[in-house]
Design a protein around this ligand. Sequence first.
Ligand code: GLA
Length: 434
Amino acid sequence: MHLAALLFASALSVGTLALDNGVMRTPPMGWLAWERFRCDINCENDPKNCISENLFIDMADRLAEDGWRELGYVYVNIDDCWSSMERDAKGRLQADPKRFPGGIHKLARYMHDRGLKLGIYGDMGTHTCGGYPGTTLDKIQIDAQTFADWEVDMFKFDGCYSNATEQEKGYPLMSKALNATGRPIGYSCSWPAYQGGLPPKVNYTLLGQICNLWRNYGDIQDSWDSVLNIVDWFFENQDVLIPAAGPGRWNDPDMLVVGDFGLSMDQSRSQMALWAIMAAPLFMSNDLRTISSGARTILQNKMAISINQDPMGIQGRRIVKEKTGIEVFWRPLLKNASALVFFSRRNDMPYRYQTNLGKLNYTFGSYKIFDVFTDKTMTLKDTTDFVVSVNPTGVVMWYVSAPAKRNLRQFYRGSEFQQSAYEDQENAIPRVFL
Ligand code: GLA
């Protein structure tokens, strides 16, 4: 074969393997039913909370009307227990007719009319984890086509009731089938979570080619214990997980439970901050109809969101683990900026942690600091010691702008001039913060 033709042919064959749907170049944001509403199908007695089209319509209205959508929270995702127990006469999945009388296509239209997107759930196996019809290998194509026909925008493919061999076939096959529909559908794979989340059983290079995001680990629950357990696993395994993430392919530590019952305000800020550092998908699972203003303020924090959504898409890492229970996390951001999180595992009282930017691997220079949760700003040289007061189970989060350009004068003037030479500089403050 001619060389060019050969290259073209090989590019084509890679093209059919790689997930090239163009979506989720930054971590997806939105709302997901599972953690808060589970498999409540008792619409007769609990109409406001049961898994029905009304719940998703209510949440869509809140996203569209309460300032969430403009911040990027656009996905409204159905999880388990939405379907009828039977496929239709043509073998297609169908929504439970009592709870979703309008059907999924109409629900997707409702989302699209409001600038939102609809996500749906299925399971690679004989049944979903909740016991609803699963998608066995022979059903993959028809189910992908059904979701595309319904104009669904995202699909979470769970892995209950299948074995490793079936998953190895099914997850890539579904990727191909979704691509073949021609509709860009964000593809969330639970595959790694069913295989322990680590190599050699999990192949993160392959996952990045076939999925947009993947659950690596167990389910989040509405408790600080659960959040901490997830945080620990993700940062203990950061060297494996960080290279897997990038635009269009994200590790998923599971939903935000901020706004529910289990976390204090400090713990809520900790989850938001660490999910931003991890470049994690931000799917809230809470009741947006009754959320407290405190939780809402945390979830709507523009600086935390813009750190999470940084276009470089580099997942951050833990850089310091002190015996005192203080840990420091860092994420590189566009334009030489970065984010820092000081986190306390302590349970006694606010801890005064002293350090300097030099100790945190920052190079020579003067940096403008924006405190994400207090809106305070200050300028710090790499050598200047500072103290942050970190609440028990809480965080202090900073956006650190690129160092001011070195001013030549500093080399010729007296030391008392140095500070002002730096401060004269107009630092690159991201527009969103102004
Ligand atoms: C699994 C998943 C959860 C949720 C439930 C639904 O446990 O990990 O996120 O989808 O199934 O049954």
